[in-house]
Write a protein that binds this ligand. Structure first.
Ligand code: GLY
Ligand code: MN
Ligand code: MN
Length: 437
Protein backbone atom coordinates (compact mmCIF):
# COMPACT_ATOMS: atom_id res chain seq x y z
CA UNK A 1 0.00 0.00 0.00
CA UNK A 2 1.35 3.46 -0.87
CA UNK A 3 1.58 5.92 2.04
CA UNK A 4 -0.88 8.81 1.64
CA UNK A 5 0.88 11.07 4.11
CA UNK A 6 4.55 11.71 4.65
CA UNK A 7 6.26 13.40 7.61
CA UNK A 8 6.81 17.18 7.61
CA UNK A 9 10.57 16.80 7.87
CA UNK A 10 10.97 16.30 4.13
CA UNK A 11 9.56 19.76 3.42
CA UNK A 12 11.52 21.29 6.31
CA UNK A 13 14.73 19.96 4.78
CA UNK A 14 13.90 21.51 1.40
CA UNK A 15 13.21 24.83 3.12
CA UNK A 16 16.49 24.67 5.03
CA UNK A 17 18.48 23.87 1.89
CA UNK A 18 16.88 26.60 -0.21
CA UNK A 19 17.23 29.17 2.56
CA UNK A 20 20.97 28.58 2.33
CA UNK A 21 21.04 28.48 -1.51
CA UNK A 22 18.23 30.86 -2.56
CA UNK A 23 19.59 31.55 -6.05
CA UNK A 24 20.35 27.95 -7.02
CA UNK A 25 18.41 25.28 -8.86
CA UNK A 26 18.87 21.76 -7.55
CA UNK A 27 18.26 18.91 -10.00
CA UNK A 28 18.08 15.64 -8.09
CA UNK A 29 17.37 12.43 -10.02
CA UNK A 30 15.74 9.47 -8.32
CA UNK A 31 17.46 6.09 -8.49
CA UNK A 32 16.98 4.05 -11.65
CA UNK A 33 15.91 0.45 -11.53
CA UNK A 34 18.99 -1.76 -11.77
CA UNK A 35 18.86 -4.85 -13.99
CA UNK A 36 19.76 -8.01 -12.11
CA UNK A 37 19.60 -10.28 -15.14
CA UNK A 38 17.71 -9.99 -18.41
CA UNK A 39 14.26 -8.73 -17.37
CA UNK A 40 14.64 -9.17 -13.61
CA UNK A 41 15.45 -6.09 -11.56
CA UNK A 42 17.10 -5.64 -8.17
CA UNK A 43 14.78 -4.61 -5.36
CA UNK A 44 14.44 -0.84 -5.40
CA UNK A 45 16.06 1.56 -2.97
CA UNK A 46 15.72 5.28 -3.51
CA UNK A 47 18.81 7.46 -3.98
CA UNK A 48 19.60 8.95 -0.57
CA UNK A 49 19.63 12.69 -1.41
CA UNK A 50 16.41 12.38 -3.37
CA UNK A 51 14.73 10.53 -0.52
CA UNK A 52 16.13 12.92 2.11
CA UNK A 53 14.47 15.89 0.43
CA UNK A 54 11.31 14.33 -0.90
CA UNK A 55 10.29 10.90 0.46
CA UNK A 56 9.06 9.47 -2.86
CA UNK A 57 10.12 5.85 -3.42
CA UNK A 58 9.72 5.53 -7.19
CA UNK A 59 12.40 5.21 -9.87
CA UNK A 60 13.26 7.63 -12.71
CA UNK A 61 11.66 10.70 -11.09
CA UNK A 62 13.30 14.13 -10.74
CA UNK A 63 13.09 16.54 -7.85
CA UNK A 64 13.81 20.12 -8.87
CA UNK A 65 14.14 22.88 -6.30
CA UNK A 66 14.22 26.27 -7.91
CA UNK A 67 14.20 29.94 -6.90
CA UNK A 68 10.80 31.46 -7.40
CA UNK A 69 9.70 35.06 -7.69
CA UNK A 70 6.51 34.57 -5.60
CA UNK A 71 7.99 32.76 -2.62
CA UNK A 72 11.52 31.80 -1.75
CA UNK A 73 11.52 28.61 -3.80
CA UNK A 74 9.41 26.05 -5.63
CA UNK A 75 9.39 22.27 -5.36
CA UNK A 76 8.84 20.59 -8.71
CA UNK A 77 8.49 16.85 -9.17
CA UNK A 78 8.62 14.87 -12.39
CA UNK A 79 7.12 11.42 -11.79
CA UNK A 80 6.06 8.30 -13.65
CA UNK A 81 2.49 8.79 -14.86
CA UNK A 82 -0.31 6.45 -13.81
CA UNK A 83 -0.37 3.35 -16.03
CA UNK A 84 -2.81 0.71 -14.85
CA UNK A 85 -1.46 -1.93 -17.22
CA UNK A 86 2.11 -1.52 -15.84
CA UNK A 87 0.88 -1.12 -12.27
CA UNK A 88 -0.89 -4.48 -12.55
CA UNK A 89 2.57 -6.02 -12.98
CA UNK A 90 4.83 -3.99 -10.73
CA UNK A 91 2.55 -2.31 -8.20
CA UNK A 92 0.82 0.98 -7.62
CA UNK A 93 2.37 4.36 -8.48
CA UNK A 94 1.35 7.78 -7.28
CA UNK A 95 1.03 9.46 -10.66
CA UNK A 96 0.95 13.22 -11.15
CA UNK A 97 -2.21 14.14 -9.19
CA UNK A 98 -1.52 12.04 -6.09
CA UNK A 99 2.16 12.96 -6.00
CA UNK A 100 1.24 16.65 -5.82
CA UNK A 101 -0.96 16.07 -2.78
CA UNK A 102 1.19 13.59 -0.90
CA UNK A 103 4.60 15.18 -1.46
CA UNK A 104 3.44 18.77 -1.13
CA UNK A 105 5.06 19.82 -4.40
CA UNK A 106 4.21 23.15 -6.02
CA UNK A 107 4.17 21.61 -9.48
CA UNK A 108 4.20 18.01 -10.67
CA UNK A 109 4.65 16.82 -14.26
CA UNK A 110 5.12 13.49 -15.99
CA UNK A 111 8.78 12.61 -16.55
CA UNK A 112 8.30 12.95 -20.31
CA UNK A 113 7.99 16.76 -19.85
CA UNK A 114 11.27 17.14 -17.99
CA UNK A 115 13.43 18.48 -20.87
CA UNK A 116 10.81 20.89 -22.02
CA UNK A 117 9.97 22.27 -18.56
CA UNK A 118 13.41 22.45 -16.98
CA UNK A 119 14.45 25.82 -18.56
CA UNK A 120 11.57 27.54 -16.69
CA UNK A 121 13.20 26.57 -13.43
CA UNK A 122 16.57 28.00 -14.38
CA UNK A 123 15.32 31.54 -14.93
CA UNK A 124 16.13 32.99 -11.51
CA UNK A 125 19.19 30.83 -10.96
CA UNK A 126 22.82 31.74 -10.73
CA UNK A 127 24.00 28.14 -10.53
CA UNK A 128 22.78 24.58 -10.91
CA UNK A 129 23.44 21.80 -8.45
CA UNK A 130 23.53 18.48 -10.28
CA UNK A 131 25.78 15.49 -9.63
CA UNK A 132 27.71 14.77 -12.83
CA UNK A 133 29.18 11.36 -13.62
CA UNK A 134 26.68 8.91 -12.19
CA UNK A 135 24.64 8.42 -15.34
CA UNK A 136 26.06 9.38 -18.75
CA UNK A 137 22.70 9.49 -20.52
CA UNK A 138 21.27 11.77 -17.91
CA UNK A 139 24.36 13.98 -17.96
CA UNK A 140 23.93 14.43 -21.72
CA UNK A 141 20.26 15.27 -21.32
CA UNK A 142 20.90 17.88 -18.62
CA UNK A 143 23.87 19.43 -20.50
CA UNK A 144 21.73 19.69 -23.66
CA UNK A 145 18.96 21.51 -21.74
CA UNK A 146 21.45 23.89 -20.13
CA UNK A 147 23.12 24.61 -23.43
CA UNK A 148 19.83 25.27 -25.19
CA UNK A 149 18.80 27.54 -22.33
CA UNK A 150 22.03 29.50 -22.63
CA UNK A 151 21.63 29.89 -26.42
CA UNK A 152 18.11 31.23 -25.93
CA UNK A 153 19.48 34.02 -23.77
CA UNK A 154 20.63 35.66 -27.00
CA UNK A 155 23.18 38.46 -26.71
CA UNK A 156 22.78 38.82 -22.96
CA UNK A 157 26.45 38.12 -22.40
CA UNK A 158 25.46 35.40 -19.91
CA UNK A 159 27.51 32.23 -19.79
CA UNK A 160 26.38 28.66 -19.17
CA UNK A 161 25.16 28.30 -15.61
CA UNK A 162 27.89 26.75 -13.49
CA UNK A 163 27.18 23.16 -12.45
CA UNK A 164 28.08 22.28 -8.88
CA UNK A 165 27.91 18.99 -6.99
CA UNK A 166 24.97 18.86 -4.53
CA UNK A 167 26.86 16.29 -2.43
CA UNK A 168 28.54 19.08 -0.50
CA UNK A 169 25.56 21.23 0.58
CA UNK A 170 23.24 18.28 1.18
CA UNK A 171 26.07 16.31 2.83
CA UNK A 172 26.59 19.16 5.28
CA UNK A 173 22.91 18.94 6.24
CA UNK A 174 22.90 15.15 6.43
CA UNK A 175 25.98 14.98 8.65
CA UNK A 176 23.93 16.40 11.57
CA UNK A 177 21.13 14.10 12.64
CA UNK A 178 18.00 15.47 14.31
CA UNK A 179 15.82 13.64 16.82
CA UNK A 180 13.76 11.80 14.17
CA UNK A 181 16.83 10.57 12.35
CA UNK A 182 18.42 9.51 15.63
CA UNK A 183 15.28 7.60 16.60
CA UNK A 184 15.44 5.71 13.27
CA UNK A 185 19.12 4.91 13.79
CA UNK A 186 18.40 3.74 17.33
CA UNK A 187 15.72 1.39 16.03
CA UNK A 188 18.10 0.08 13.34
CA UNK A 189 20.68 -0.51 16.09
CA UNK A 190 18.19 -2.29 18.38
CA UNK A 191 17.11 -4.65 15.64
CA UNK A 192 20.69 -5.24 14.47
CA UNK A 193 21.80 -5.88 18.04
CA UNK A 194 19.06 -8.47 18.41
CA UNK A 195 20.32 -10.15 15.22
CA UNK A 196 23.90 -10.26 16.53
CA UNK A 197 22.77 -11.66 19.90
CA UNK A 198 20.67 -14.30 18.17
CA UNK A 199 23.66 -15.33 16.04
CA UNK A 200 25.79 -15.52 19.20
CA UNK A 201 23.24 -17.90 20.72
CA UNK A 202 22.50 -20.00 17.64
CA UNK A 203 25.84 -20.61 15.92
CA UNK A 204 27.10 -24.15 16.21
CA UNK A 205 30.12 -25.82 14.62
CA UNK A 206 29.13 -27.30 11.26
CA UNK A 207 26.59 -24.63 10.39
CA UNK A 208 27.37 -22.91 7.11
CA UNK A 209 28.11 -19.20 6.80
CA UNK A 210 25.05 -18.82 4.56
CA UNK A 211 22.77 -20.20 7.29
CA UNK A 212 23.88 -17.44 9.61
CA UNK A 213 23.48 -14.86 6.87
CA UNK A 214 19.90 -16.09 6.39
CA UNK A 215 19.23 -15.95 10.14
CA UNK A 216 20.48 -12.36 10.39
CA UNK A 217 18.52 -11.24 7.36
CA UNK A 218 15.37 -12.86 8.75
CA UNK A 219 15.68 -10.95 12.03
CA UNK A 220 16.31 -7.60 10.31
CA UNK A 221 13.14 -7.98 8.26
CA UNK A 222 10.99 -9.61 10.95
CA UNK A 223 11.54 -6.65 13.27
CA UNK A 224 10.87 -3.93 10.76
CA UNK A 225 14.05 -3.12 8.87
CA UNK A 226 12.96 -2.64 5.28
CA UNK A 227 16.30 -3.88 3.99
CA UNK A 228 19.92 -4.48 4.91
CA UNK A 229 22.16 -1.49 5.56
CA UNK A 230 24.80 -3.25 3.39
CA UNK A 231 25.46 -6.85 2.37
CA UNK A 232 25.97 -8.93 5.53
CA UNK A 233 29.45 -10.33 6.15
CA UNK A 234 29.64 -13.71 7.88
CA UNK A 235 33.23 -14.90 7.80
CA UNK A 236 34.49 -17.99 9.59
CA UNK A 237 38.19 -18.50 10.42
CA UNK A 238 40.56 -17.38 7.65
CA UNK A 239 37.70 -15.86 5.64
CA UNK A 240 37.60 -12.94 8.08
CA UNK A 241 41.01 -11.79 6.83
CA UNK A 242 39.08 -10.58 3.77
CA UNK A 243 37.58 -7.29 4.93
CA UNK A 244 34.35 -7.43 2.93
CA UNK A 245 34.09 -11.22 2.51
CA UNK A 246 30.93 -12.18 0.59
CA UNK A 247 31.28 -15.79 -0.54
CA UNK A 248 29.41 -17.28 2.46
CA UNK A 249 29.76 -20.91 1.45
CA UNK A 250 31.93 -22.54 4.10
CA UNK A 251 31.02 -24.46 7.24
CA UNK A 252 31.95 -22.83 10.54
CA UNK A 253 34.59 -24.83 12.37
CA UNK A 254 35.01 -25.54 16.08
CA UNK A 255 38.14 -23.69 17.21
CA UNK A 256 37.69 -20.88 14.68
CA UNK A 257 36.31 -17.41 15.23
CA UNK A 258 33.45 -16.02 13.19
CA UNK A 259 33.32 -12.35 12.23
CA UNK A 260 29.87 -10.93 11.63
CA UNK A 261 29.56 -7.43 10.15
CA UNK A 262 25.85 -7.03 9.53
CA UNK A 263 23.05 -4.56 10.20
CA UNK A 264 19.65 -3.48 9.03
CA UNK A 265 18.33 -0.22 7.64
CA UNK A 266 15.23 1.32 9.25
CA UNK A 267 13.38 4.07 7.37
CA UNK A 268 16.52 4.67 5.27
CA UNK A 269 18.79 4.95 8.35
CA UNK A 270 21.37 2.25 9.00
CA UNK A 271 23.22 0.58 11.76
CA UNK A 272 26.70 -0.89 11.19
CA UNK A 273 27.83 -3.45 13.78
CA UNK A 274 30.65 -5.99 13.84
CA UNK A 275 31.26 -8.65 16.43
CA UNK A 276 33.82 -11.48 16.37
CA UNK A 277 33.28 -14.54 18.55
CA UNK A 278 34.13 -18.24 18.83
CA UNK A 279 32.29 -20.83 16.74
CA UNK A 280 32.73 -23.10 19.76
CA UNK A 281 32.22 -21.97 23.33
CA UNK A 282 35.47 -20.18 24.17
CA UNK A 283 38.14 -17.93 22.69
CA UNK A 284 41.48 -19.77 22.57
CA UNK A 285 44.48 -18.17 24.25
CA UNK A 286 45.82 -16.70 20.99
CA UNK A 287 42.37 -15.55 19.93
CA UNK A 288 41.91 -13.91 23.35
CA UNK A 289 45.20 -12.04 22.97
CA UNK A 290 44.22 -10.68 19.59
CA UNK A 291 40.64 -9.94 20.67
CA UNK A 292 41.60 -8.09 23.84
CA UNK A 293 44.00 -5.87 21.93
CA UNK A 294 41.28 -4.85 19.46
CA UNK A 295 38.80 -4.28 22.27
CA UNK A 296 41.28 -2.19 24.23
CA UNK A 297 41.89 0.03 21.21
CA UNK A 298 38.16 0.33 20.50
CA UNK A 299 37.31 1.32 24.10
CA UNK A 300 40.09 3.90 24.04
CA UNK A 301 38.69 5.29 20.78
CA UNK A 302 35.19 5.48 22.21
CA UNK A 303 36.48 7.21 25.35
CA UNK A 304 37.68 10.05 23.11
CA UNK A 305 34.35 10.46 21.31
CA UNK A 306 32.98 13.81 22.43
CA UNK A 307 32.46 17.31 21.04
CA UNK A 308 35.63 19.01 19.80
CA UNK A 309 37.62 15.78 19.34
CA UNK A 310 38.81 15.07 15.78
CA UNK A 311 38.14 11.75 14.06
CA UNK A 312 41.76 11.77 12.89
CA UNK A 313 42.90 11.92 16.54
CA UNK A 314 40.69 8.97 17.45
CA UNK A 315 42.18 7.00 14.55
CA UNK A 316 45.71 7.98 15.59
CA UNK A 317 45.16 6.89 19.19
CA UNK A 318 43.58 3.59 18.13
CA UNK A 319 46.55 2.97 15.81
CA UNK A 320 49.02 3.76 18.61
CA UNK A 321 47.41 1.16 20.88
CA UNK A 322 47.32 -1.45 18.13
CA UNK A 323 50.94 -0.72 17.17
CA UNK A 324 52.04 -1.18 20.80
CA UNK A 325 50.23 -4.51 20.75
CA UNK A 326 51.74 -5.59 17.41
CA UNK A 327 55.19 -4.73 18.80
CA UNK A 328 54.77 -6.66 22.03
CA UNK A 329 53.37 -9.66 20.14
CA UNK A 330 56.47 -9.73 17.93
CA UNK A 331 54.59 -8.91 14.72
CA UNK A 332 56.43 -5.63 14.21
CA UNK A 333 59.71 -4.20 15.38
CA UNK A 334 61.05 -0.66 15.52
CA UNK A 335 60.00 2.73 16.76
CA UNK A 336 56.20 3.11 17.26
CA UNK A 337 56.14 6.71 15.95
CA UNK A 338 58.05 5.61 12.84
CA UNK A 339 55.67 2.67 12.32
CA UNK A 340 52.70 5.04 12.59
CA UNK A 341 54.28 7.48 10.15
CA UNK A 342 55.35 4.87 7.60
CA UNK A 343 52.05 2.99 7.79
CA UNK A 344 53.79 -0.39 8.11
CA UNK A 345 51.16 -1.38 10.73
CA UNK A 346 48.60 -1.49 7.88
CA UNK A 347 49.67 -5.05 7.21
CA UNK A 348 47.61 -5.95 10.28
CA UNK A 349 45.20 -3.00 10.40
CA UNK A 350 44.61 -1.86 6.83
CA UNK A 351 41.46 0.24 7.21
CA UNK A 352 40.37 3.43 8.92
CA UNK A 353 38.83 3.48 12.39
CA UNK A 354 35.74 5.51 11.50
CA UNK A 355 33.35 6.62 8.81
CA UNK A 356 30.32 8.87 9.01
CA UNK A 357 27.17 6.81 9.41
CA UNK A 358 23.90 7.88 7.83
CA UNK A 359 21.56 7.18 4.94
CA UNK A 360 24.57 5.95 3.00
CA UNK A 361 26.32 3.59 5.36
CA UNK A 362 29.63 5.24 4.53
CA UNK A 363 27.87 8.53 4.70
CA UNK A 364 28.34 11.86 2.95
CA UNK A 365 29.79 14.88 4.73
CA UNK A 366 33.26 16.37 4.72
CA UNK A 367 35.93 14.69 6.83
CA UNK A 368 38.22 17.72 6.68
CA UNK A 369 37.58 21.45 6.86
CA UNK A 370 40.27 23.92 5.79
CA UNK A 371 42.71 21.07 5.39
CA UNK A 372 42.23 19.77 8.95
CA UNK A 373 40.24 16.84 10.29
CA UNK A 374 36.96 18.46 11.36
CA UNK A 375 35.96 18.51 15.00
CA UNK A 376 33.10 16.37 16.24
CA UNK A 377 29.85 18.15 17.07
CA UNK A 378 26.57 17.04 18.70
CA UNK A 379 24.32 15.21 16.25
CA UNK A 380 27.16 13.60 14.26
CA UNK A 381 27.07 9.80 13.95
CA UNK A 382 29.94 7.55 12.96
CA UNK A 383 31.52 4.16 13.61
CA UNK A 384 34.52 3.13 15.67
CA UNK A 385 35.72 -0.16 14.22
CA UNK A 386 39.33 -1.20 14.80
CA UNK A 387 40.50 -4.57 13.56
CA UNK A 388 43.43 -6.97 13.54
CA UNK A 389 43.98 -9.24 10.54
CA UNK A 390 46.50 -11.97 9.72
CA UNK A 391 46.62 -12.49 5.95
CA UNK A 392 46.99 -15.98 4.40
CA UNK A 393 50.27 -15.07 2.62
CA UNK A 394 51.99 -13.54 5.68
CA UNK A 395 54.31 -16.45 6.43
CA UNK A 396 56.11 -14.68 9.29
CA UNK A 397 52.91 -13.71 11.13
CA UNK A 398 51.44 -17.16 10.54
CA UNK A 399 54.19 -18.59 12.77
CA UNK A 400 52.59 -16.67 15.64
CA UNK A 401 48.88 -16.52 14.85
CA UNK A 402 46.47 -18.33 12.53
CA UNK A 403 45.06 -16.58 9.48
CA UNK A 404 41.98 -14.75 10.75
CA UNK A 405 40.38 -11.36 11.26
CA UNK A 406 38.96 -9.63 14.29
CA UNK A 407 36.90 -6.46 14.08
CA UNK A 408 34.73 -4.79 16.72
CA UNK A 409 32.44 -2.06 15.44
CA UNK A 410 30.00 0.22 17.24
CA UNK A 411 27.86 3.17 16.21
CA UNK A 412 28.45 6.45 18.02
CA UNK A 413 26.28 9.55 18.39
CA UNK A 414 28.00 12.71 19.61
CA UNK A 415 25.91 14.44 22.30
CA UNK A 416 26.35 17.75 24.17
CA UNK A 417 28.00 15.90 27.05
CA UNK A 418 30.03 13.29 25.21
CA UNK A 419 28.63 10.41 23.22
CA UNK A 420 26.04 7.70 23.16
CA UNK A 421 26.95 4.23 21.89
CA UNK A 422 23.90 3.35 19.80
CA UNK A 423 24.93 -0.31 19.54
CA UNK A 424 25.96 -0.66 23.20
CA UNK A 425 23.60 -3.58 23.84
CA UNK A 426 25.49 -5.88 21.48
CA UNK A 427 27.78 -7.90 23.81
CA UNK A 428 31.48 -7.40 23.20
CA UNK A 429 33.55 -8.42 26.21
CA UNK A 430 34.78 -12.00 25.97
CA UNK A 431 32.96 -12.79 29.20
CA UNK A 432 29.61 -11.43 27.99
CA UNK A 433 29.92 -13.20 24.65
CA UNK A 434 30.98 -16.53 26.16
CA UNK A 435 27.89 -16.40 28.41
CA UNK A 436 25.73 -16.42 25.28
CA UNK A 437 27.71 -19.21 23.63
N1 GLY B 1 30.06 -2.71 6.98
C1 GLY B 1 31.01 -1.95 6.29
C2 GLY B 1 31.84 -1.17 7.20
O1 GLY B 1 31.95 -1.51 8.35
O2 GLY B 1 32.36 -0.14 6.88
MN1 MN C 1 31.59 0.45 9.24
MN1 MN D 1 30.56 -2.74 9.31
Amino acid sequence: MLPTQIPDFFKNRRNNLMTKYPTSTFILPAAKEAVRNLDVIHSFRQESNFFYLCGLEEPDAFLVLAPSSQSSHKTILFVLPKDLEKEMWIGERYGVENAKKVFDADEVYPISEFDQKLPEFLKNSEQVFYRVGLNENLDRKIFAVLEKYQKNLGRSGKALLPILDPTLPIGEMRIFKNSEEISFMKRACEISTLAHKTAMKEIKPGMNEYEIEALLNYIFKKHGCQRLAYPSIVAGGKNAACLHYQMHNEPLKEGDLVLIDAAGEFNYYPSDITRTFPVGKHYSEKQSTMYDLVLKSQLAGIAMAKPKTKLADIHKHVCEILIDGFLSLGLLSGDPAEILKSGSYKKYYPHNTSHWLGMDVHDVGLYTLNGESRILEPGMTFTIEPGFYIQPNDTEALKLFPCQGIRIEDDILITQQGCEILSAEAPKTREDIEKLR
